[in-house]
Ligand binder design. Sequence first.
Ligand SMILES: [Zn+2]
Length: 594
Amino acid sequence: MSENILVAVAWPYANAEIHAGNLVGSHLPADIIARYHRLKGNNVLMVSGSDSHGTPITVRADAEGISPVEVYKRFHEGFLELFQQVGITFDLFTSTHTTNHFKVSQTMFTTLLESGFLYKEKQLQWYSSAQERFLPDRYVEGTCYICGFDGARSDQCDHCGNLLEASKLLNPRSKIDGSTPELRETEHFFLDLSKLEKQVEAFLNERQDYWRPNVVRQSLGQIQTDGLHGRPITRDLKWGIPVPLEDWDEKCLYVWFEAVVGYLSASIEWSKLEGKDAAWRDWWKNQKARTLYFIGKDNIPFHAIIWPAELIGASEKFDEYYGESKKENFVLPYDVPANEFLNLEGKKISGSRNWAVWGKDFLSRYDPDPFRYYLTAIMPETRDSDWDWEEFYHRNNDELVATWGNLANRVLSFAFKHWEGIVPDPGELTEVDTELLKTVEECFNSVSVELEKVHLRAAMAEVMRLASEVNKYLDQTAPWKAIKEDRQEAARAIFVAMKAIDSLKILFSPFLPFTSQKLHEYLGNEGQLFGSQHLETIQDELGAHTVLRYDAQQACGEWKPSELQPGRKFVKPAPLFKKLDKSIIDVERDRLGK
Ligand SMILES: [Zn+2]
């Protein structure tokens, strides 16, 4: 029976380009899992969008002297381009600046307010008397009162990862003019997390056995040591979603309150675009659905505590305020497989200092599959990891080219030459042959087990191990020699190897979709393993926004061993991967930091 799988991917701030650290943190692992479930025949909905509001956008707009709309659109367009190039197959990648998202977020606010989970309170906020305005979040920097890092933002410290109370920040200075702001009183709405603490704790307890240890530690740990306290969910800022109450038009919903609502609103937007208005409920209101949230570790509190708290608090009442005929509880997150951070050549990635591997820049020189391969091989699943150009070079040449690419190319070229593009008849298989094919079949299970647990490194290593097994089999059976003495013996080994390669193509396809498709065609198959991506421009009351969509109609890939038969036609192959020259290591290292 097919399952409903929601793949919810962190919303990138539309104020900077996407680098390897962002891709490996959320987009790539999400795409691998989405592709795997699609091959399994599950109903996948993968959504995200550009986080277009809040001070990350306005600070950049101020610095460049342009409007926040211009900032978010510029980076949003870049994201759409990159995701197509690297094959991140969102069913919908939209933005938070849409009429639909405004409505869903405001309904979430109203539902929580009417259900008694919001309260108003006056708080002290940094204020610039020169600018005559409040300075929320990123408008103020200073020293972290927890770890002492100088360069913390007033809402969060990038060094220790803690969320901060703005008024406690030490040595505050305005990001606009460097002046020292003063504390002034302002009124805000707070999410009453203390009222929801018991339920959030129970939710976490039910999942702690299979969640990643760092996610459990950060979320459950916070409840057990400090308890949950009210958190402000509105801001003194005009760029964002207006608080849906009279006399609150100078304030908007805090970007962190509304951005997580984006998973829900994007699902609703997708349903409308599909012409099936209630389809989103299959993932959000059907308790059998599994929802997975792909994020970096800096976002754990928002996805493991705050978002579940919003969903628990709003519950079936959301349907009432949204005008739905059915009233059902929300599905709570099944898993939040947060990744740790990726460093670069031993140092922390820094976009502003150009210490980064930029997605689009990388793809101007290299193919997408080696990018996906290396990022998966070093995915920071349990601890921080490091992008090292020398390691990239070696993994490309020694693993992708030597172990996998050459295997496929060598066998298919040989078969094409000696059997004129017809899959040879193996005759009766020997024990060695059936052993190998059995190992291949078992691999579908062992790789599944790892993918279900979102252990992507282990899953891909398992597939590469199988490729090595096929190489060993060929060393043993040596069809290149046998062809001279016993053509039937060579035919048997080549048939078995082709069948194994046809299976490896599927096993590798969530990780290496582009070359797997090529191989699919070399093997004489028609059709696409996966669906196709396209852009669409949508008009609403806020203007036009462009979205990335996925069309699964043409997809024919299935998660099962090859059924290759003798006599089938195939075509002349070409190498799947390019061997890199060693000089790229120094060339790429020289680019960094300039
Ligand atoms: Zn800190």
